[in-house]
Design a protein around this ligand. Structure first.
Ligand code: SF4
Length: 375
């Protein structure tokens, strides 16, 4: 069982908070598709012929791709890999790209899950973030996707935005719950160095939300989502009818995956590889058969850390039994000692030897994870 991630590094314009690798130079798109197809062929043995259960088009903005480009990519994946006929195929899209004609193409090409970047339902926030769509387009995109037969719909929202009021955040969530969305990814805004938001924060022209307000927005997210039939299954992810993201859940469960495209990461169980970020360099390297990635073999400590970092963020948690079986008594004892520091703090809970974060713990998860891993 394995997954394939494809990084589409193009965006029509840059959002002011985003630090993902992307370029607005879409003139490179044609050469990029050629390079991507080449990488898929060259790396066809990376997954050891394991069946591909999930394919994920992320970015960047995959919805800048034309229908024939999507078809070409999927054809090469189906030719070079064993893709399950029932595979989850997710496609990230911006609302303003989802015309009826485009949605029909996506459906026809076998895309069966859409992840739509909504971020907010207030035009003032969308403009401030430099998103290309407005609130009305966001609603229309989700409704049109459902009308075109997409029943597995995910949407992204951002909270903790500068000057996002509690009322606006509730309004965004309630608007989302009125729509046929089965999965919600909600992220707290991060001020990444190199982004416009970071520069404005440093200059003082933009003000960070107070921590207490961020915590309150996180609580509103979880409370309202649960009240509307969603299950909080990972720090930033909530799902209805058990429609978890199969692709991301496989990451958290330590499944192998192949990442294609600039900046994409791959994992084969014992080592990690990450491609260089520049699309120009990526195309050149694919054309000239040059190395375009870095790699690291995971030590036993790295593998233990990976297990903790990925599992503790999910509702499936860390199993003390599995920890001992996989990593031995010494590491399991280390984990228990670190865990004991949190007795009576209310941030962790244990059920049948499975350790998960409580609601209180989810918000301070970075701190707890740093304490549980081996540095
Ligand atoms: S948030 Fe998405 S659309 Fe906006 S710049 Fe980043 S990758 Fe592109």
């Amino acid at each position: 069982m394995a997954g394939i991630y494809i990084h589409i590094p193009f965006c029509r314009q840059k959002c002011y908070y985003c630090d993902f690798y992307k370029t607005v130079n879409t003139s490179l798109q044609h050469d990029f598709i050629g390079a991507l197809k080449n990488e898929a062929k060259v790396r066809k043995n990376y997954l050891n012929n394991e069946t591909v259960e999930t394919i994920y088009f992320g970015g960047g903005t995959p919805s800048v791709l034309t229908a024939p480009e999507i078809a070409e990519i999927l054809a090469v994946l189906n030719k070079e890999f064993t893709v399950n006929s029932n595979a989850e195929i997710t496609f990230e899209a911006n609302p303003d790209d989802l015309s009826n004609a485009y949605l029909k193409y996506l459906k026809q090409e076998g895309i069966n899950r859409l992840s739509i970047g909504i971020q907010a339902f207030q035009n003032r926030h969308l403009e401030k973030m430099n998103r290309r769509h407005n609130a009305a387009q966001a609603v229309e995109a989700i409704e049109n996707a459902a009308k075109n037969g997409f029943s597995n719909l995910s949407a992204d929202l951002i909270y903790g935005l500068p000057d996002l009021t509690p009322k606006e955040w509730e309004e965004s969530l309630n608007q989302m719950f009125k729509l046929p969305v089965k999965h919600l990814s909600a992220y707290h805004l991060t001020y990444h160095e190199g982004t416009a938001f970071y520069t404005w924060l440093k200059k003082g022209t933009l003000k960070e939300l107070k921590e207490a307000e961020s915590v309150a927005q996180f609580n509103t997210l979880v409370d309202l989502s649960i009240a509307n039939g969603f299950e909080h299954y990972e720090i930033s992810n909530l799902a209805k009818d058990q429609l978890y993201s199969r692709h991301n859940t496989a990451y958290w469960m330590g499944t192998k995956y192949l990442g294609l495209g600039p900046s994409a990461h791959s994992f084969d169980g014992v080592s990690r590889r990450w491609n260089d970020s520049s699309v120009e360099a990526y195309i050149k390297a694919q054309t000239n058969n040059q190395t375009y990635f870095d790699e690291e073999k995971l030590s036993e400590n790295d593998q233990y850390n990976e297990y903790i970092l990925t599992r503790i963020r999910t509702k499936w948690g860390v199993s003390e039994k599995e920890l001992e079986q996989r990593f031995g008594h010494e590491k399991a004892s280390y984990f228990s000692r670190q865990l004991a520091k949190y007795n009576d703090t209310g941030v962790l809970q244990i059920n049948n030897e499975i350790i998960t974060l409580t609601r209180k713990g989810l918000f301070v998860s970075d701190e707890i994870m740093a304490d549980l891993i081996i540095i």
